[in-house]
Design a protein around this ligand. Structure first.
Ligand SMILES: *Cc1c(COP(=O)(O)O)cnc(C)c1O
Length: 449
């Protein structure tokens, strides 16, 4: 009889529960309810995974932001950035609160019109607005934000053909001290291109400058960058006034304020690291108030805040489908929500909270989604207690971009529900069925099964 080979036992050192450098142990957090509604009941009724939005948080964030700006500056208008989340229910909530619509494509434009937003209350951004869309926008009086010279010429031609003078705005980009510098959208201010474009549109006689727009980046953690942008935009507006007599009616500082999410590269959690909305408001409004506009020509301050208004209001409810111990000893969980519906996992360390913490040791865990793809990692490392298949988890904040950027890759997309202010629960997007995916396809007869 041959001897069995000796297998060396693996001993894993668990350093969990130790105090960190601030003298605190890891906190154990769980989340049983969202806005008072039990997560396990939501799963029973609507399945898993499930997008959950909180109407209370949406309204609260909007009001907080509006107040921060309107207390400091007399003329403020927010426009909801559709691409951040264009669920009808979400858009309607912001419109009810007073926001206009900010769109970046003809389909978003149509979404806003269908929701009853008049052309004058739509800001039309983006590097490509097809000519039919430009015609509609001009006819309906929407706020066109020109991105490049070809667009300027096209709009000028359409204005000439219509025999009208069309108000337009231009998007500018500039150095605000942050990186990456977004110079691919709009006309550059620092090299004089923006002023040249304005002189050009003025000289043509068919366009008149109504506003100046910029959107300096996204998840911008430095409020002063907006202060610098606002100051430069105001200076440009005053130059235009002096040179051409055109009074710029609004300055639009775009979106990009950081939400309370946490970048993978960030040390402190976003809830501590992201500046409060008041800091952005203070930087922007003091730049405008100090710019030297005559009192009767103060421009309206437009904002296109997206993620900072909605991220916190969105949750992904998911369930554990399997436990694993990887070859190197790491604990892994497989959950039923993958990166196809949690696109922002690539950039952010989302909170992952068990709905029920049964106790037991916290352990570093990697969370994989259900896709048969190596990149499907929801969190590379997070401390979690022991969990069993079937246990529910809540991933947050996921309100911004995840739904609009989601795709049917391998799996269909889940339902989205809205929890109302009185805890009423409504499906605002049903779960997809196979026909939603296969509907547009056509199979040539010769390939029929
Ligand atoms: C995406 C976008 C926004 C919203 O940006 P957030 O980072 O979500 O605040 C606003 N304006 C423009 C032009 C955009 O492209």
């Amino acid at each position: 009889m041959s001897r069995q080979p000796y297998d060396k036992p693996t001993i894993l050192k668990h350093a969990t529960g130790l105090a960190n450098k601030f003298g605190r142990g890891p906190s154990r957090k769980s989340l049983e309810r969202i806005d008072g509604v039990k997560v396990t009941e939501l799963i029973e009724r609507f399945g898993s995974p499930l997008f959950v939005f909180s109407e209370h948080r949406l309204r609260q964030k909007y009001r907080e932001a509006y107040r921060a700006f309107s207390l400091r500056y007399p003329k403020v208008q927010f426009s909801w950035s559709y691409k951040t989340n264009y669920l009808d229910a979400v858009c309607r909530i912001f419109h009810q609160e007073g926001a206009w619509a900010e769109v970046v494509s003809e389909i978003e434009y149509e979404m806003a019109r269908r929701l009853g937003i008049p052309g004058e209350h739509i800001l039309f951004n983006g590097p490509y607005k097809p000519e039919p869309a430009l015609r509609t926008a001009i006819a309906e009086g929407s706020k066109l934000h020109l991105d490049h010279y070809e667009e300027l010429y096209t709009v000028e031609r359409l204005a000439r053909e219509a025999g009208r003078v069309v108000p337009v705005s231009i998007r500018i980009n500039m150095d605000t001290g942050i990186h990456p510098r977004w110079d691919r959208f709009g006309f550059n201010l620092d090299n004089g291109e923006a002023l040249d474009a304005i002189r050009r549109l003025h000289a043509g006689g068919h366009l008149v400058l109504e506003g100046i727009h910029s959107h300096i980046g996204t998840f911008v953690l430095d409020p002063e960058a907006y202060g610098r942008a606002a100051a430069k935009m105001a200076e440009l507006a005053l130059t235009v006034r002096r040179e051409t007599g055109m009074v710029v009616k609004y300055l639009d500082v775009g979106g990009g304020f950081a939400s309370r999410s946490t970048l993978h590269s960030q040390y402190a959690p976003g809830a501590d690291g992201s500046p409060p909305i008041d800091d952005y408001a203070e930087a922007i409004t003091s730049a405008l108030l100090g710019a030297g506009f005559p009192q009767n020509e103060m421009p309206t301050l437009m904002l296109e805040t997206g993620r900072a208004l909605i991220d916190d209001a969105g949750f992904m409810v998911t369930r554990v489908v399997g436990n694993k111990r990887l070859a190197n000893g790491t604990r892994a969980l497989i959950v039923d929500a993958g990166v196809n519906v949690l696109f922002t996992s690539f950039w952010y360390r989302h909170d992952v909270l068990p709905v029920l913490d049964r106790g037991g040791m916290l352990e570093e865990t990697v969370i994989y989604g259900p896709l048969c793809m190596n990149i499907d990692v929801v969190r590379p490392s997070v401390l979690l207690p022991p969990l069993e298949a079937g246990d529910a988890l809540v991933i947050r904040p996921v309100g911004a971009y995840n739904l609009t950027q989601s795709m049917q890759f391998i799996r269909l997309r889940p339902a989205a529900i809205l929890i109302g202010e009185n805890q009423e629960v409504d499906v605002v997007r049903r779960a997809e069925v196979l026909d939603d995916l296969k509907g547009p396809e056509l199979l040539p007869a010769r390939l029929a099964p």
